[in-house]
Design a protein around this ligand. Sequence first.
Ligand SMILES: C[S@@+](CC[C@H](N)C(=O)[O-])C[C@H]1O[C@@H](n2cnc3c(N)ncnc32)[C@H](O)[C@@H]1O
Length: 482
Amino acid sequence: MLEPGAVLPVRVERFAALGRGVARVDGQALLVRRGVAGEAVRVRVERVHAKYALARVVSVEQAAADRVEPPCPHFDTCGGCDWQHLSMPAQAALKRTVLNEQLARIGGLQPPEDWLLESAPPEDSLAYRDKLEFVPVSDGAAWRPGLHGEEGFAMPIGECLLAPPYYSTLALAALENLTDAGVLPPPSAAGSAPPNLIRLTVQGTEKSDGSPGVSLLLHLKAGPGEKPAPLLRRYAEAVSASWPGLRAAVPQTEGVALLMGGGESRGGRRKPRLEVVRGGNLLRKRVAGWLYGAPLNGFFQVNLAMASRITAHLAEVLESRLLPPGKDLPGGAPLLFDLYGGAGLFALPLAASGFRVLCVDSDKWALRAGEDTARATGVERCRFHRRNLENPGALAALIRREGAPAAMIVDPPRRGLAPSLLADILQASPPLLVYVSCDGGTFARDAARLCESYRMTSLRGFDLFPHTHHLEIAAVFERREG
Ligand SMILES: C[S@@+](CC[C@H](N)C(=O)[O-])C[C@H]1O[C@@H](n2cnc3c(N)ncnc32)[C@H](O)[C@@H]1O
């Protein structure tokens, strides 16, 4: 019988879904964090459940060839990366296996043979993130930028290797300046969080000379009974005063903004309020030669180099099927719906290449950023439309207004397609559907439904998140005829 705290030798037999190793002790399954298939390790049992136990590697007795030295000193405890102990080829192989298993187990599907997984060159497997979210946390002596550890608690970090080093420098400089200004109280016990300041988002924005810049967004929350307006003013004044200090610490700094969270008020829910203290109200992101506007507080892909591979793939898929060279298109430019289209990452280049595109999203800031890019780049055939796609009938209403599209792109959040939207897509039955997904499990679930009327004719993976178990997927579904 396994007991928490017990240390024992095991052989890791294989990988489980999230890349944990699987070992067996007296017939009981052990999920081994940081364990690599094929190696002999000593593990400490952490938790025992009815059907399995969780354990962590404490020493490696006989390493597998796929094991490498993790580059980050925080790897053992940080909840951000989970695969830094695996070589890049092993990470790629495991991502393929995991997705194949998800398609088979959840969707009952066989993926197209030899589907391609596009990876960045190994030298680009660190510092690839264009956006990092820090939580402020006390180390007992100062407020420090932190990340969530494996157990969920915030832990201070020196630097996150997934982003450029000045991202953590900027977050630290902001915390120091706010403490000096008295907006943040002196730090309390190690591990505690300050009042009012919930998160610091540091994200890239290209400067007007084309060099990399960075922008800071402070997420604030008024305490119970506290008025948001004076709190916002205090922060705005302190940030304004610390601007020269932030620029001195990180010359790439282009802007600082404050976001006062929604939360409850006496009259119902408050709207979140965004206040730009320095810099513009849009970020600038370069992907495959396009300079996109992106919202300060909204979605944009975080690995810009690999995002350009997805845009190139979508263009290749859609143009080869719907814009054959040298052929007249009797109906004019084919209509595409880019559903969950955000700031137009896919929509804008597709409109420039000859499609009419309707980019649909629920985030008005993302849509305004997309409109700004369309204006700046002179793209005329791309329109942006705000709609909650998860309201029943949302897609049918769009089709009534716009006509039936030649193809749809869907790129939902991790939760996948809402059941009502999936039903509406099957009902509308576009001849071609491209599904971009960041979650293999929900993708497999939705793909199974789609395959009742479609064939998955192409599947491609994009390794947007090296050193983590995450994989971006783009799959092409073609309607079965007859
Ligand atoms: C994974 S992002 C994809 C954005 C875009 N395709 C890109 O790659 O930049 C998902 C998008 O879905 C939008 N979204 C989330 N829930 C939505 C809903 N119920 N209706 C419409 N859009 C929604 C978000 O605002 C976000 O822009």
